[in-house]
Design a protein around this ligand. Sequence first.
Ligand code: DGJ
Length: 692
Amino acid sequence: MRNWHLTDRHQSLILSSLDDALPHVAYWGAALDDDLAELTAASEMDVTGGMLDANPPISLCPEASQTFPGQPGLMLQDATGAPMLPRFRYASDQTRETAISLTYSDADLGLTLTFDLAIDTATRMITAQTTLTSDAPVRIHWLAAPTLPAPQLTDHMIDFSGRWIGEFQTTDIPWAAGIHMRESRTGRTGHEHFPAVILPARGTTNTRGDAWAIHYGWSGGHRMVAEELPDGRRQVQFGHAMGTDLAPVTKAQTAKLYATFSTTGLNGIATTFQRHVRDRIVTWPKPDTPRPVHYNCWEAIYFDHSLPELTAIADRAAALGAERFVLDDGWFGKRDDDTSSLGDWDIDPRKYPDGLGPLIDHVHELGMTFGIWFEPEMVNPDSDLYRAHPNWALGPAEQVLGRQQMVLDMANPAVGAYLYDKIAAVLSAYDIDYIKWDHNRVLPFPDAAQTRGYYALVDRLRADFPLTEIESCSSGGGRIDLGVLERTQRVWLSDSNDAIERLRIQHEAALFLPLDVTGSHVGPRHCHTSGRTLDIHLRAWVAAQRHMGFEMDPRELTEDEAQVLRDVTQWWKDNRHWRSTAAILRLDSADPSVIAEQQMADDGSRFVVFAGKHATSEQILPRPLQLTGLDPKARYSIRLLNRDDALPNLSRGSQAIKSRDMVLSGQYLMQHGLTLPWAFPETMWVIEGTRT
Ligand code: DGJ
């Protein structure tokens, strides 16, 4: 028997391999210090009637050849199309304190399977990847990243779905016999299928209880199989969407799987992902430069670009506090609407007769940096590029278009070279520190080569323009995952700038995304995607919860609204230093109409709570809001930051918190909770806390 133990001192992942067979997870949970052989023996299950004479383990790659009673981790054929049923045996292993590499082979079939697993002791993230090599080319239908067992004392899994302007919707899926499968077959991560699952133990909430989480870091669409076997055991497999990588190969590798276990509720999952994304996944071109407040012109002007208008808007944006000006869609080709010009990445001389220089110079004179929009992987049939190279489009000429556009074949090296040259020309000609990289339609069919081509183009541009940041946008949040975040610094979480929608979307997304990568903009007074009219206080505070920006025409703001926005932006700048590494802790709100979170400084010395009320409550008075993660014995000075401008006239009581700071123990704040004043719906309380 062989055993391996990965631990970060909070969680343990213990692997065991019996009789040279593939290893399986004998234990994944809170850290242990047991004798590994004894623990493996203890976790062996009984055999009874109607079963095989031994239980085929849920190995890191369950094998059909072992009569595994569920989905195998590998499905492949040889060059003649004959199915292969490998039976892997131990070949070698390399073990370091926080990383192991386990190699197993099937000598008869000429196949080798390697599992690379590592644990990050600071972020508490487990990373796992499977690699298959073959002596002769094989066709791979399904290759799972290392298969993990799911706990049996959990009633449901938390699954993610969504849509345009409605990303990160969580669903509780009850465990039942058989398969719960999620597959994104759109060729991108997708609004509909954020590639993750959370397995909460019975009774787990945001702030307490055990939970396991698994995420697949791939931008081409994934497949997840969460299966309860007839014997009651449960397994979770993630890999590329099935059959999207069918060319015969001698080597195949899954994307990285990210997994973590928490004893502190969903917040333990969230803080691991937030930290790992911020400190290990994203590379920051200028790590010591604070995140700049953005201005993006999309919802102000759409395709209607004119230098006088844009310079006037830039003046107002800078005066409000913007530090980076992002020129969105419409500056190239003859792009007067969304029917043409994708692919023609030359500056439109009708709109910019002297190039982008005059606008960029103006933006720089105002003290802002300049960013620009591209949608590189797309082409409109009405474009010079398509007319010259119709065969560069992916899929048949006769296909259903999406936003009047087609997808370029990113696996074609000529396409990659063309796009590189076009983008590099713009980045070389001007001082540009930011690209908003969009992707507005699904692929005509899913194809892993497309994602590899996209990654290669981004990687090449990043190597040559290392100081340029990139935002991943795909009609909002259609391409968010840890694969894309290895190459970008920000995600455009949603095209919804409706603060009420955004409050929910960013609350759920905080299970995975830290503050600094999550873009959030103050939209127009009348929201363009919901038709709602929302007050500037709410719009400003919701944007201030994440990486703040503005996206309305600032000339629509009254002087009072502009002042609110200036004040909140200044607060954001004054606090961005510590909030940049703060943990976003989701609070268990006793009132479903209140979505609340606590952003806790790394050193525990301070926090800010955002309590957003998106609807009216059932009961009359606010329910106390329990805080979390405080030192029960410490005292905290509590200030209702926006008490002067947010108190409605219907709040008639004389609560102390309305007029002064209060000093309360962590114990009280966590056990009883904060009793906030009565509030209108569509408002937000902002509470600052400082350890005294
Ligand atoms: C979709 C994006 O999500 C928007 O923010 C905007 O950039 C448009 N595309 C531009 O076409």
